[in-house]
Design a protein around this ligand. Structure first.
Ligand SMILES: [Fe+2]
Length: 111
């Protein structure tokens, strides 16, 4: 990501763009699966991932301006840097999202 403090909903590509490989992300511990969101409740592939990785909790968040009264404030919370001791999992059902992580050289990477 660039170092700009502009609206965090903007893409924030470096100029020129720097794109990373899935292997690079995997080395950082970022894993990725492309699943069918229409079938998440009965998706055997999702079930297998959850079993293998010990994901035993799930909640749903519909984060869009039409459905969240304090949308802007809630959005800011997601952009506050924090650390998890366990894995953090995001399953994007509709639309799109960014997931920002820091690499070993303290550079932000936008997924
Ligand atoms: Fe988090």
């Amino acid at each position: 990501m660039d170092d700009s403090n502009e609206d965090q909903r903007l893409p924030h590509h470096r100029n020129p763009k720097e794109l990373l490989t899935m292997d690079y992300l995997a080395d950082l511990g970022v894993l990725y699966w492309n699943l069918n969101p229409d079938n998440y409740e009965h998706d055997s592939e999702l079930g297998k991932i959850r079993d293998e990785r010990g994901y035993d909790y799930m909640d749903l968040l519909d984060l869009c301006p039409e459905k969240v009264s304090n949308y802007e404030e809630k959005l800011k919370n997601f952009f506050t840097e924090h650390i998890h001791k366990d894995e953090e999992i995001r399953y994007c059902f509709t639309r799109s999202c960014y997931f920002d992580v820091m690499d070993e050289d303290d550079r932000w990477i936008r997924i």
